[in-house]
Write a protein that binds this ligand. Structure first.
Ligand code: GLU
Length: 497
């Protein structure tokens, strides 16, 4: 079997959209499954839409997701387009450059070849002429498109011109798409489309065919919006006498409402998922399962990167649009967080804690990591849960204590008793602390929930925290007692709610 070589070919116009990430992940999984190569090719021929720094953002997003690239822009390529940064990876590869604006000579060469063999021609129609033509076609209720005026005019190379493909007038084509199945076009209705623009840069159609051929791509996996122009690509392969790769057109990823995924649904850029507290392995797992399942009736949903690679197959990619279900992703992220070792959890949580303006104390955080990771679905939920461990200034939601008949006077009594009981504890560890406070139930003839609630708010400020006794242990004796005393001082001034 030929080496499997797949590619991700983004235009560097901004950020990595999760919709295209799915196509990327599938292409990467296929290459990894067969021990092949995965390439990154930057399609920057639409110079007006370029965003400085976008290539770096792309590479960083891919790296964050664990999608490793075998061939792609080298440091030299990056330097030549003014996009090199310190610490940029060395990637490169045997078929570079991997940035299209650096390959223009090659496209021009191929365009010339197409003109020579009659498959393409030069066209010097001005934008005004084309506009006039378009308006006339609309008035005649015809589909707008180039009329073919220059087809046989032999426009000289010296004139300002574009190069167009000479579409056969009556041709039917069939493509065996790896995802769509058999696709047939009767009498292709595409007009003579532009291959090379007047600035000497190629359009997508020429560049994609030349590069996929030159880079020995075995499987072109791309969004199904490109299916409509696939006949042009097929005909280009034919005209050039090149072997066609396998095509796999993938349907769009939709939101829960069946509409194309957009900001309305939630985060759409990979970087926003990263900032939003998702783990890259959870996102990778989740996105892989949009429109793909390893087997019929397969119930398993949590797959490691290696399992995904092992089990991926193009045959099982669904032809229907996949749904991006944020609540399922959140659930899966929680599963992945719980599966982290405590150490790893702490390591990954630290940047979020620091970003929240807190100075983490590892001695304390380590003590609650096991119970905190059970309680969050997103890493962004961690700072709020553990903030009380890292600051002296806690704000207390005192009114939240007043429930089930507890008023300010009663809360004082409870705290005074708790204070005494905690003082007597020898070993300030969760198990012993719990044993010390349980008797409050009998003393006050009340359920433990509201009683512990009073202590919890006194010490942490909040109703929802990691489990109480682990929290007290992590905070330590001195701060626990200090916070109880502070609350006792604050309480008399408050009336029951
Ligand atoms: N540059 C194209 C895009 O961003 C690539 C499509 C392809 O994968 O061929 O949509």
């Amino acid at each position: 079997m030929k080496e499997v070589r797949t590619r991700f070919a983004p235009s560097p116009t901004g950020f990595l959209h999760v919709g295209s990430v799915r196509t990327t992940i599938f292409a990467w999984l296929l290459a990894r499954h067969f021990g092949g190569k995965f390439l990154l090719r930057v399609e920057d021929t639409d110079q007006e839409r370029l965003v400085p720094g976008a290539i770096r953002a792309l590479l960083e997003d891919l790296a964050w997701m664990g999608i490793d690239v075998d061939e792609g822009p080298s440091r030299k390529d990056l330097e030549m387009v003014g996009e090199l940064w310190e610490g940029a990876p060395e990637i490169g590869g045997p078929y570079g450059p991997y940035i299209q604006s650096l390959r223009r000579v090659r496209y021009q060469e191929v365009a010339e070849e197409l003109i020579r063999c009659g498959a393409a021609y030069r066209c010097d129609c001005t934008p005004e002429m084309l506009e006039r033509e378009r308006l006339e076609q609309m008035a005649r209720k015809e589909l707008p498109g180039y009329s073919g005026y220059c087809r046989d005019r032999n426009v000289p190379a010296s004139a300002k011109h574009v190069v167009r493909f000479r579409m056969p007038l009556k041709r039917s084509l069939t493509l065996m798409d790896a995802v769509k199945g058999r696709v047939t076009w009767d009498n292709i209705s595409l007009r003579d489309m532009v291959l090379l623009k007047s600035d000497g840069l190629p359009t997508y159609h020429l560049a994609v065919v030349v590069d996929d051929h030159d880079m020995k791509i075995s499987h072109v996996m791309r969004a199904d919006e490109w299916l409509a122009t696939a006949p042009l690509h097929i005909l280009l392969y034919e005209a050039l006498g090149w072997e066609m790769p396998v095509f796999a057109h993938l349907p769009n990823v939709m939101g829960n409402d069946g509409k194309k995924l957009s900001k309305r649904h939630g985060a759409t850029h990979v970087s926003l998922f990263r900032e939003g507290g998702y783990l890259p392995e959870a996102l990778l797992n989740f996105v892989s399962l949009i429109g793909w399942a390893p087997g019929e009736g397969e119930e398993q949903e949590v797959f490691s990167r290696d399992e995904l690679i092992k089990r991926f197959s193009l045959e099982r990619v669904n032809n229907a649009g996949g749904i991006f279900d944020y609540s399922k992703l959140n659930w899966m992220n929680g599963v992945y967080i719980r599966n982290l070792s405590n150490e790893e959890f702490v390591k990954r949580a630290l940047p979020f804690i620091e970003k929240a303006g807190l100075t983490p104390r590892l001695d304390r955080f380590n003590k609650v990591s096991a119970v905190v990771k059970e309680r969050v679905r997103l890493m962004t939920e961690v700072p709020e849960m553990v903030a009380f461990l890292f600051t002296d200034k806690i704000e207390r939601d005192l009114p939240a204590m007043f429930q089930k008949g507890i008023d300010a006077a009663k809360a004082r009594e409870i705290l005074l008793s708790a204070e005494k009981r905690l003082e007597a504890v020898q070993n300030f560890v969760a198990h012993d602390l719990e044993a010390a406070l349980r008797p409050l139930e009998q003393e006050f003839s009340m359920k433990l929930g509201p009683l512990f609630g009073v202590v919890r708010i006194a010490v942490t400020g909040k109703k929802v925290t990691p489990p109480l006794f682990e929290s007290l242990e992590a905070l330590g004796r001195d701060d626990t007692m200090k916070r109880i005393r502070e609350t006792l001082e604050a309480l008399p001034s408050l009336q029951a709610a």
